[in-house]
Design a protein around this ligand. Structure first.
Ligand SMILES: Nc1ncnc2c1ncn2[C@@H]1O[C@H](COP(=O)(O)OP(=O)(O)O)[C@@H](O)[C@H]1O
Ligand SMILES: O=P(O)(O)OC[C@H]1O[C@](O)(COP(=O)(O)O)[C@@H](O)[C@@H]1O
Length: 446
């Protein structure tokens, strides 16, 4: 184990003892000193008290702290591990894969590490996706690239077949890197493992640039996404001030939660309107978006509008509601909608505008992680390895109140973190944009 990292973890987490399964043999190669102990059992992180608090709507004061444990469950010389990345891309996926491989190899002396191609589909024989052997050499340079070297996918896969594959490959620890869908799938994989009485740990690493995973304070890639979104807003502002009655309209990702839009608007305070899924707004009327935009143009001559993709979906009610392969509702394009509504409105009042629409969504999502996210990914991944090697299962490695912690999968699955319309973040957005009259008059969407 990297002594520097170990020290940091000891200081941060106050761990008294550190697992040290690897020692150097006479020829300098790592050798496992771990003696399997029959009494050791896989530990389900399913703390009843935490789940009960969440059921009652009380924020849990703490979770079990993440970090290396004094006893490990799996024999590093025998255990095989698998990594799978699922759902939409996110900056930092390759950093996570790389850090898992390096910690397993150099921290614990594990040799058999497999990469599953194209998400959960990679477990299913009919797709014929080859498994990748993940070695330090294989992952050496991947952290500089966006996306995931393993590939990803959406779409339902048979849980029985996934566990069959884990059995066939003799996998002891499965690392699932994904969002709320992956979390649901992971809990079902855990159920099937338990039903079959297998000794397989499933450790989740929460992934979503939307930063909306429940009971996870910060998800990797979010900071990179905000940075990139801020650059797009800056461009929109430059374009808007460059022409008479210039309007810069930026659409950002955020299916259910507008965290990227809210944070980026606060980072680049040239934004006049932030539209998020959590807060309703009207188009027409005195306090409606279009009239408020007109007032802003008459007052200052330019405006910047930032819309998260899940905002204003009520305007499409009654239209076809399609779903993607994973069952997520396909959203109507709020950016294109606002673009045409703005054009229609100003045409109707005979006022000339210059509108520039920017949609940087996929440029943001496929970007490599920034330095802070690089560091964050490394800690998340290494803590996931510690949890897995210690025989913990059915948990997510999360970041909660400035600590890396073990979040029971069941505490997070099926729920979502959203902007509180009465909370400090949204208040700050309203103050920074001056849009209070437009969105304050309306209720939250849920
Ligand atoms: N309720 C569920 N049960 C089992 N598998 C699920 C469930 N929801 C999603 N999945 C699977 O998890 C994978 C990732 O889900 P998806 O929603 O696409 O992305 P994300 O994990 O980023 O939310 C997909 O293969 C999807 O079919
Ligand atoms: O175009 P795609 O691949 O369907 O992904 C779009 C979705 O990706 C996200 O950024 C993240 O979604 P997931 O967490 O489900 O992967 C959503 O905000 C957005 O709706």
């Amino acid at each position: 184990m990297n002594p520097e990292l170990t020290d940091t973890i000891i200081k941060t987490l106050g761990e008294a003892k550190i697992a040290s399964p690897v020692r150097k043999s006479e020829n300098g190669k790592p050798e496992c000193s771990f003696q399997p102990d029959e009494d050791r059992v896989l530990v389900e992180i399913n703390t009843e008290k935490i789940l009960e608090q969440i059921r009652l709507g009380i924020e849990p004061a703490s979770f079990e702290k993440a970090g290396p444990r004094s006893h490990i469950f799996f024999d590093p010389s025998k255990v095989r591990c698998a990594i799978v990345t699922c759902g939409g891309l996110c900056p930092g996926l390759n950093d996570i894969i790389r850090a898992i491989v390096l910690e397993l190899t150099y921290g614990y002396g594990v040799r058999g590490i497999y990469g599953i191609r194209y998400g959960l589909a990679g477990f299913i024989p009919e797709y014929r996706y080859d498994v990748v052997d993940l070695t330090p050499a294989e992952v050496e340079d991947i952290h500089g690239s966006g996306g995931t070297v393993l590939g990803s996918s959406r779409g339902p896969q048979d849980i029985g077949q996934i566990v069959d594959c884990l059995e066939r490959m003799n996998v002891g620890i499965l690392f699932t890197v994904g969002g709320d869908g992956t979390l649901m799938a992971s809990t079902r994989i855990c159920d099937e493992i338990a039903k079959r009485g297998l000794k397989i740990s499933v450790v989740g690493i929460p992934k979503t640039i939307d930063n909306d995973i429940f009971m996870v304070g910060r998800s990797f890639g979010f900071e990179t996404a905000v940075e990139m979104a801020t650059a797009a807003i800056r461009t929109a502002h430059t374009e808007a001030v460059g022409y008479p009655n210039g309007i810069g309209l930026v659409k950002l990702m955020g299916r259910h939660s507008g965290f990227i839009a809210a944070h980026a608007a606060l980072a680049q305070q040239d934004v006049n309107f932030v539209l998020v899924p959590e807060v309703n707004f009207d188009l027409e009327g005195e306090n409606g978006f279009l009239k408020t935009l007109e007032t802003r143009l008459l007052d200052r001559g330019h405006a910047v509008v930032v819309a998260a993709e899940g905002a204003g979906q009520k305007f499409f009610e009654g239209e076809n509601a399609e779903r993607d392969a994973s069952g997520n509702l396909k959203l109507h394009d709020i950016g294109m909608f606002l673009k045409s509504e703005i054009a229609r409105y100003f045409d109707s009042i005979n006022m000339e505008i210059n509108l520039k629409f920017i949609d940087p969504s996929y440029m943001i999502r496929s970007h490599p992680a920034n330095s802070n996210d690089n560091v964050f990914c490394s800690f998340l991944a290494r803590n996931a390895v510690h949890a897995g090697m210690a025989g913990k299962t059915r948990l997510l490695v999360g970041y909660w109140h400035d600590q890396f912690v073990h979040v029971p999968m069941d505490a997070s699955a099926g729920k979502r973190k959203r902007i509180d319309p009465n909370g400090r973040l949204w208040m700050s957005v309203q103050e920074a944009t001056g849009q209070r009259s437009m969105t304050n008059a309306h209720e939250s969407c849920e």
